[in-house]
Write a protein that binds this ligand. Sequence first.
Ligand code: FES
Ligand code: FES
Length: 167
Amino acid sequence: MSEQVPIALEVNGEKVARIIEPRQSLADFLREELELTGTHLGCEMGACGACLVLLNGKAVHACLMFAVQAHGDRVETIEGLSERGAIADLQEAFHTNNALQCGFCTSGMLVTAHELLSRHEAPSRDEIRDGLSGNYCRCTGYQAIVNSIEQVAQSRGGHAAPSSETD
Ligand code: FES
Ligand code: FES
């Protein structure tokens, strides 16, 4: 077993300090050390987006990072976003539009949607689809997810440019 190392960071607004295995992924750290299991693990190779969290405000794959790489940083998970009400309208829209079935992809989808709308207040449908290109959903066909994000962008006051999408 390798020598354990100290880590200190901020998670969902709270200071956290632990002694951990240096090879522990950020996703495992959040799920196992902090019991923040809203960060899901699907592929564990950066392909599905189920494990997305915000690192200093930017969406990152928690499966691809060692937890120690987040030392001194600010991490926000789906639990933090939800508890502070930052994604209440997105959650409501996903619910209303049936934009989830099994729900496995949903926390990653919401993290992506939140990050997309925080840097682009009026994305077109093409831009929303492009923004979701790293998030896999095997259930919904994506249409309701795109509809939900588009609705929230509009309700927040964003007016998207005309889309090339024909649906
Ligand atoms: S579990 Fe991280 S991208 Fe799939
Ligand atoms: S709702 Fe099942 S994977 Fe997206």
